[in-house]
Structure formats: C-alpha cells, structure tokens
Ligand binder design. Structure first.
Ligand code: ADP
Ligand code: MG
Length: 477
C-alpha cells in the first residue's frame, strides 16, 4: 500500500504540476507563500498570504489545483482558501516556491552585504534637507489612474499586482517589478499606483522618477557635493517608483548608489516599484546583487494586446475622448495598429483631429485616408536593423557575431539573430549564412530550429524573444 503523502509533500507535488501549466510570473505571484492548512472530508483548505491570492486561486486557478490534487489523491472534492498572515504561515512551515521562501525576510543578515554599514538615519518626518526641494516632487501625472486603465488578458497580472501594492504598501510585494515593451502601459500603471497612494494617504511621500532622471540627479549631487543629502532625502520616501530601469544597465556608480538607497528603504518596509522593458535576467550588465534583489520580489509582465484587447481599448479611449467611432472604423484601426496602446491612441487622435478640422464625420473612408500613409509607410525591417537590436540587447559587437567561435555569450545572440531574420524578415537561409561570415545554410537552419524549440519549452527564451520583437516593432513604427 502506498504511504500517504503529508500535506507538505502533497502541496509540493501540486505546485510541481501547476508550475508547468502557467507562466512563471503568475506562478510565483499567486503561489508564493501558500501551503495546505488542512484536509477534511475531501475539502482541502489552502493557506494564502492575502486576499488577492485567495481571489486568484479560487477563481482562476481553482481547476488547475483541483486537477493536480485529484491526480494525487482521489478522494479530494473541493478546495477553499483561507488567508493566513505571513508570520502564521511561517509557523505552518510554508512551502518554498522556486526556491523562494515567501516569509523569509528579504534582507536576513546572511544576505546583507558586509559593506553595508550605513549610519542610521533618522526617519522621523521633517528632516528633509532644505537644500533639495526637488527631491520631494512626486512627479505624478493625475491623468494616470487605475480606473482609466483597461484590464485585459495581456496586463491583468501587472495591474492586479500594482493595485494590490497600492492597498498594502511595503508589505505585500516588495520590490514590485513590472516589465513589458514600449507603449504597453507600464508608466500608466506605475503612476496609477502612485496616484492611488497620494489620494488615500496624503501623508505618504511618493516619488516617481525615470532611471535616467535618477542618474542625472545623482550626477548633479556628486558635482554639488550634496550626495549625502541626496541619499538622505531618498531614504525618507515611502513609495519610490523607478521607471525604465533598463537604463541603469552598465552604469556602475549609479547602480551602486541605487542599491544602497534600495536597501535602506527596503529594510524599513518602504515600497519600491520598478519597471523595465525586459525581465531582470535579460538586462545585461545589471549588477548581480541588484538583479537578485529584483528577482526576490514580485515580477509581472505586460505583453502585447490581442485583437480583442485592442478593440476594447480603442472603444474605451474613443468614449473617453468623446469621439464617435462606427464599428467598421473601430475594426479597421484595431486590425491595422497592432504594436501597442500608445500607437492606438495616436491613431485615434489623428483621426479625431482630421475629422474636426475638415468637418467630416468619422467613417471607414476617412480612417483609411488618415491612416493610409502610416500603414503604407510601415517600414519593412532590414537585417541590419535586426543586427543593431541584437548587438544592443546582448552587448556584443557585429564582428563578434560574424567571427568564427562557439562561445555561448556570442553563439546565443548569433542564433537569435539568425532566427529573427528568418522568421520576421523571411530572409533566405543562404543569405543569412552569408551575412554571418559565409556560414552554411544548414548552420542557419539548425539555429532557427533550436530557437523555435526553446521558445516552446523555456519561459526565459520566450521572454527574451518578446522583448526583442517589441524592439523590432518599435523600429517599424
Ligand atoms: P509604457 O510605459 O509601457 O511605454 P505607457 O504607460 O506610457 O506605456 O502607455 C502608453 C499610452 O497608452 C498611455 O497614454 C497610456 O495611458 C495608454 N495605455 C496603455 N495601456 C493602457 C490600458 N490598458 N488602458 C488604457 N490606457 C492604456
Ligand atoms: Mg513608460
């Protein structure tokens, strides 16, 4: 007779199965810190750390969980979720998800860099150095709010995470890392989170800043010898939002200072929210310790919108702007403007402006006329542009790619470049071979097949390709 599994063993086995069926970001977000609380009369009660996880597990993942449970233990009929606070879960010995222990303090002493011996800063209110008033500008644009953000399958995880954080600052997901291609709503979500806090907790200090501005301010403070004030001011922020963090990549000094500010804020449960055009793993030359801090929190992605989503967004935007769009125009725009929401908005504004100036109501004919130029001029990408995107993304040179050599750091970008030229540009295999220093067409074919396969089986590869495609699409614009 088989030995029955303990609750922990059973839950680990369930997680093992669920992990295969859903994306990694979703898996970590919703299953981190969960465990089986009890099994009673065929009803399994799952301990979850918060109401958001409860909602998602009960409504979206119910069937996955039940299926996995039933396959392991036939007399299970139903699941329920019960919110158990972190410290109680700890007692309950929660399961590690992907090696990440949800309840282990992010900065336990063994994680703490030895060099981190900052003097204690007084965090009471009103100690803002008077020399740096601009540091307390929130930089929030009230236009970006959650209620203006249209939720669809491509962004629901990121939206849920931002909203959850706005309801539980500093304690739920910290840091929160949102990534996705340009124009997909990252800034909108980050700013909505900031605005929500300002609205509900006016005493909280919120700062939104792009990583480029952050770098600029830091450099200025070094020049003005006011770096201590700079850091001290940052360390009094309750919610620090850093947008487009990929631009920190490669700037050692900035990363170092950011890391210290990050640690100081994190240790006193201040919230950090970060966005990037790609996952932390795919940001080249991001310092390892920063990368692992980012990965230790919660990561959610926004992908490109499907046709249904584009239709929904366009309809909502038209309504918001008071633009009357007939169904045929709505469909035409959504079918032709496919890259991102920013372009959809741009198209709508151009059409509305044209119709107003010419005093002609919007119709399919007018839409085709206004968009005609843009659509016809939609550039076809060249292999050269693929190479630029690849060399930027992986920090390699063109010579590296063409040279003979099988080092993985070079071979991988080379294979991806071949794959993109073949699948996106439909360049003949033999031409691709010539572009890469006269390689044989079978070498190219091998690369294309390898990447195609990995795309299906490895989440990391899928994410990498999504980031690259986003960048190529921007060039097509
Ligand atoms: P990103 O920061 O990812 O490049 P933005 O947040 O700047 O993108 O979004 C570009 C534009 O599209 C903004 O005007 C934003 O309000 C709008 N937008 C993006 N996604 C949505 C959405 N889901 N609902 C409503 N507006 C959106
Ligand atoms: Mg942005």
């Amino acid at each position: 007779m088989a030995i029955p599994l303990s609750n922990d063993e059973l839950w680990r086995a369930v997680l093992g199965q669920v992990e295969l069926s859903i994306s990694k970001a979703n898996f970590i977000t919703w299953f981190k810190g969960t465990s089986i609380l009890s099994i009673d009369n065929g009803i399994v009660t799952i301990a979850v750390p918060n109401g958001f996880a409860k909602e998602w597990l009960e409504n979206k993942y119910n069937l996955y969980i039940l299926k996995a449970l039933k396959s392991l233990s036939s007399n299970i009929e139903e699941i329920r979720c019960s919110i158990v606070q972190n410290n109680e879960i700890k007692k309950n010995n929660s399961v590690f998800v992907n090696g990440i222990d949800a309840v282990k303090p992010f900065f336990s002493s063994e994680n703490n860099p030895k060099s981190f011996t900052r003097k204690k800063i007084d965090f009471s209110v009103n100690t803002v150095p008077s020399t740096s008033p601009s540091l307390f500008k929130s930089n929030l644009n009230p236009r970006y709010t959650f209620d203006k953000f249209i939720v669809a399958e491509n962004n629901e995880l990121a939206r849920a995470a931002c909203f959850a954080v706005s309801q539980n600052l500093g304690h739920l997901y910290n840091p929160l890392f949102i990534y996705g291609g340009v124009g997909l709503g990252k800034t909108h979500l980050l700013q909505s989170l900031g605005n929500e806090i300002v609205k509900n907790y006016p005493e909280k200090r919120v700062k939104y800043i792009t990583s480029e501005r952050f770098t600029g301010e830091l450099v200025d403070s070094i020049k003005n010898q006011s770096i201590d004030q700079f850091k001290a001011a940052y360390e009094q922020i309750d919610l620090l939002i850093i947008d487009d963090v990929q631009f920190l990549s490669g700037r050692e000094k900035t990363q170092n200072e950011f890391f210290h500010i990050f640690n100081a804020l994190y240790q006193i449960n201040k919230q950090i929210v970060i966005s990037s055009d790609r996952p932390p793993k795919a940001i080249p030359t991001l310092e390892e310790r920063l990368r692992s801090r980012f990965e230790g929190g919660m990561i959610a992605d926004i992908s490109r919108p499907s046709l249904e989503t584009r239709l929904a967004i366009l309809e909502a935007k038209a309504l918001e702007k008071g633009v009357a769009l007939d169904p045929a125009s709505l469909h035409f725009i959504s079918e032709h403007i496919t890259n991102n929401v920013r372009e959809l908005e741009g198209a709508l504004s151009r059409i509305a402006a044209y119709s107003e100036l010419q005093h002609i109501p919007i119709s399919l004919t007018l839409v085709q006329k206004v968009l005609g130029d843009t659509l016809q001029h939609k550039k076809k990408l060249s292999p050269d542009e693929v190479l630029s995107v690849i060399t930027d993304f992986y920090h390699v040179t063109r010579e590296d790619l063409v040279k003979k050599g099988r080092k993985k750091e070079i071979a991988h970008p080379r294979q991806i470049a071949m794959y993109l030229m073949r699948t996106e540009l439909e360049t003949p295999l033999s031409s691709i071979g010539s572009l890469f220093g006269g390689r044989d067409h079978t070498t190219v074919l091998h690369a294309v097949e390898k990447i195609t396969k990995e795309k299906e089986t490895r989440q990391r590869m899928k994410e990498e390709l999504t980031s690259l495609l986003d960048q190529l699409n921007t060039l097509c614009g």
